[in-house]
Design a protein around this ligand. Structure first.
Ligand SMILES: [Zn+2]
Length: 358
């Protein structure tokens, strides 16, 4: 691989420039207001695919999906076909004042590159194309066949991806899929992710009356929807044990002894975890006693209240609130069934509500 490594070293600046070109395109998929930029970023990916030496490069679509950039190299008959996945859409820039440099201009600081999408997931496009180019531009061939797909709607749930795979089944047929949209456990330590948690979300709404009433008049008599909601949510409090939802862990696949040992050998300790998560001094982790952080965050389910709304602090007035709502998000793990988890959670939260609120 000497020739390839030397080629990569010699073309480092060019590859960084290509990443910069991708980062400069504001391909935000979450607000529906950047369709032109998403088209442009798909075109730019295609251009870079052709530069790397991929063939049959094309923009593909499924229904009204955002554009997928596709390219392949099939010059290794008899060898396996590797399917590479990445995405060219990005999240919005919400707190622009907190950025130390222009989010749309790839900027190097202390040996790291910063910019919206530089890591998630445009960096993956550059890295994969760099690897491909380093072979095709030196030895003229790859050791395997490659099919590379870069989608444009990962940040909004990839809702067309299933149909897209069905539609383009023949073309996409491969032996192995490599998803390059994960992270390294530590800077400079390449990592292979072999499992991710899924998600089930519930919208919980509590209602006690048809209108808010002055608390001086009805306080203590009218059921307080905000308080009722929080009494319901408090059922989920697991202290440092398991989630108290009946039957919840029944299907959870157990870690093998080998996995357990491997998890414990990985880098990370209390100090680095606390620092990375920004945990305040004196605040404990909510881990079950004896459970390793990697086991909890990779292979055990979890529940999080990701939003709660009743009335704003700014607009607060003396009233008993008749309505309150929250979104409860649940991380699920191998062998848990999302439909069943949704049902278990719904039953657990709706049974016997305080004051019989709706
Ligand atoms: Zn991503």
């Amino acid at each position: 691989m000497q020739a390839q490594l030397e080629w990569l070293k010699a073309h480092d600046g060019e590859l960084v420039g290509q990443l910069g070109d991708l980062v400069a395109i504001q391909s935000i998929s979450t607000d529906g207001e950047h369709q032109r930029e998403i088209d442009r970023s798909a075109d730019e990916v295609c251009k870079q695919m052709r530069w790397a030496g991929l063939e049959n490069v094309a923009i593909l679509k499924s229904g009204d999906s955002n554009p997928y950039a596709y390219g392949e190299w099939l010059g290794a008959p008899g060898k396996p076909t590797v399917f590479l996945y990445a995405h060219h859409d990005v999240q919005p820039v919400n707190f622009v004042q907190d950025w130390q440099s222009d989010p749309w201009k790839l900027t190097e600081r202390d040996g790291r590159f910063y910019g919206r999408g530089a890591a998630d997931d445009k960096g993956a496009i550059t890295v994969q194309l760099g690897a491909i180019a380093s072979y095709l531009k030196t030895v003229g061939k790859l050791p395997v066949n490659v099919k590379m797909l870069v989608e444009g709607e990962e940040e909004v749930g990839s809702k067309n991806l299933g149909a897209f795979f069905q539609e383009h089944k023949e073309r996409l047929q491969s032996d192995i899929i490599v998803v390059c949209d994960t992270e390294n456990i530590e800077t400079g330590l390449p990592s292979i992710t072999y499992s991710l948690r899924g998600i089930v979300a519930l919208h919980v709404e509590v209602q006690s009356a048809t209108k808010p009433v002055h608390s001086g008049m009805a306080g203590g008599m009218l059921a307080d929807a905000a308080l009722a909601l929080n009494v319901i949510l408090s059922r989920l409090y697991w202290k440092n044990g398991k989630l108290p939802i009946p039957g919840f862990y029944k299907k959870v696949r157990k870690l093998t002894a080998k996995e357990k040992r491997a998890f414990r050998k990985l880098p990370g300790n209390n100090k680095t975890w606390r620092r990375d998560l920004g945990v305040l001094k004196g605040v404990q982790f909510s881990l079950k006693k004896g459970v390793h952080p990697h086991e909890q965050t990779w292979r055990l389910p979890a529940v999080t209240v990701i939003a709660q709304e009743a009335s704003s602090i700014k607009g607060a007035s003396n009233q008993v609130l008749p309505k309150a709502e929250a979104i409860v998000s649940c991380r699920i793990v191998p062998d848990q069934d999302p439909g069943k988890v949704g049902k278990q959670l719904t039953r657990f939260l709706t049974e016997g509500p305080p004051w019989d609120v709706k």
